[in-house]
Design a protein around this ligand. Structure first.
Ligand code: AMP
Ligand code: MG
Length: 415
């Protein structure tokens, strides 16, 4: 593939990234370590689920044929059954249930032979000697019973490849007997922050210094997507040290470089990358904020993202491009939830770049979702951006929007 034109659309940039990423190899892990990992293979159950006909309520295991004598109109206790035993969960019945019999049963216990339904304890009245029980409500075959294999048969797929495992899927894997799982390897994401002006959070800026906020932000973004950050620290704007650090970053699956991609005399990143044999696919996107965003592929296969130094541009470019790449590397398809909201307040017309405006999304209990753009002072304003929980998407050359218009939004934070 040849190099792309200088300023490409966001959609085109996303396509270029998608064309250049594919899932990482799979690995086997223990179920205990599986939270947030993505299945590389289907999980099949090794047993029927449930493994036996199972009582779903505390009550009495009965033959439904015996219940026809209950008068549903009056709930008259026309049906009195003999109590023939008691069956807690985890125990096998000592005997079956014959005609006219009822066996006390607890939720989770296997249905005794002969019984075909369970009457809930609240629908019964034991006789004073406890030897018999009156049934107060009519019942039918199968009431409060789950048949063996009703959830899934042995050998059937219970979790599909590509599923990201949260607590409830881990429960399904446990039920299915999957003590080990085949999952995609988590992407290792090297993070390299550039800029002579940058100092650590523990230091106090003097003179021309500012604190490095992109480093901690990128680390958090990577962790939030369940990938593994490899922090390479901060490097000054010097081609030699940059080359050394980038080379070590090319050992990871993805390398994100913050800063140094713009037009300044000290923005050495594109040149250094080219010198290290990285095929640069694009260098600039029609994106605001986030124009100086670079994407390339190294000979090692490492995908390289050069992200803007400006904190909001850095976030937006990561959110639009790196996030999709990490999803695909981990065996997921790209994530693009499109939400809509009612705009609170007007917005100006846009120019030749797609705009992503930090906003506050609110969801009133009985109304339309609302997006209100926050007050911020542009792509360098990391503190204003901290008030946002979403982005309003504005297409290229869109006319001004009015209060109440429908707009597309992207949530950037879980509620
Ligand atoms: P650059 O992309 O290197 O030209 O940087 C653009 C702007 O972002 C400059 O004002 C930088 O000081 C600022 N900047 C660059 N890197 C960071 C960082 N890691 N944390 C906060 N601001 C940064
Ligand atoms: Mg810089």
């Amino acid at each position: 593939m040849g190099n792309a034109p200088r300023l490409i659309s966001v959609a085109r940039a996303k396509r270029f990234v998608a064309e250049n990423v594919s899932p990482l190899p799979a690995e086997r892990i223990m179920l205990d370590d599986a939270l947030h990992r993505v299945l590389a293979e289907n999980v099949r159950s090794d047993v029927d689920a449930p493994p036996f006909d199972k009582a779903m309520m505390d009550g009495y295991a009965v033959r439904s044929a015996d219940l026809t004598r209950v008068d549903s109109a009056t709930s008259a206790t026309g049906c009195v059954l003999r109590v023939v035993g008691q069956l807690p969960a985890g125990h096998l019945p000592a005997a079956g249930v014959g005609a006219g019999d009822a066996m006390q049963i607890n939720t989770g216990a296997p249905l005794p032979d002969g019984a075909d339904s369970v009457v809930r304890v609240e629908d019964t009245e034991p006789t004073s000697d406890g030897m018999a029980v009156a049934i107060k409500t009519p019942g039918r075959e199968g009431d409060h019973v789950e048949r063996r294999g009703a959830y899934s048969k042995a050998g059937h797929v219970v979790l599909g490849a590509g599923t990201r495992l949260f607590a409830h899927q881990i429960a399904a894997a446990a039920s299915a007997g999957a003590a080990q799982l085949s999952v995609y390897r988590q992407p290792r994401v090297a993070l390299l922050v550039t800029g002579d002006e940058l100092i650590d959070v523990n230091d106090r800026p003097t003179g021309a210094q500012i604190r490095n906020s992109n480093g901690p932000m990128l680390d958090a973004l990577v962790r939030g997507l369940h990938a593994r950050p490899v922090n390479l620290g901060v490097t000054g704007d010097d081609p030699q040290t940059l080359a050394t650090q980038i080379e070590s970053g090319l050992e990871s699956d993805v390398l994100c470089i913050s800063g140094g991609v713009s037009m300044g005399a000290f923005d050495f990143v594109p040149k250094v990358l080219a010198g290290l044999g990285v095929r640069v696919v694009f260098k600039k996107i029609a994106l605001k904020p986030g124009k100086p965003t670079l994407f390339g592929v190294a000979e090692s296969g490492t995908r390289v993202f050069g992200l803007p130094g400006n904190p909001v541009g850095c976030f937006v470019a990561f959110w639009l491009l790196v996030r999709d790449a990490l999803a695909v590397l981990e065996g997921r398809s790209e994530i693009r939830p499109i939400w809509r909201a009612r705009l609170d307040g007007p917005l100006p017309a846009t120019g030749d770049r797609e705009c992503y405006l930090p906003c506050q999304i609110e969801q009133p209990p009985n109304g339309d979702r609302v997006a209100k753009s926050i007050t911020w002072r542009g792509s360098g304003d990391s503190l204003g951006f901290a008030r946002a929980n979403g982005l309003i998407v504005r297409p290229v050359r869109a006319p001004a929007s009015q209060d109440g218009d429908r707009v597309e939004i992207i949530p950037i934070q879980p509620w």
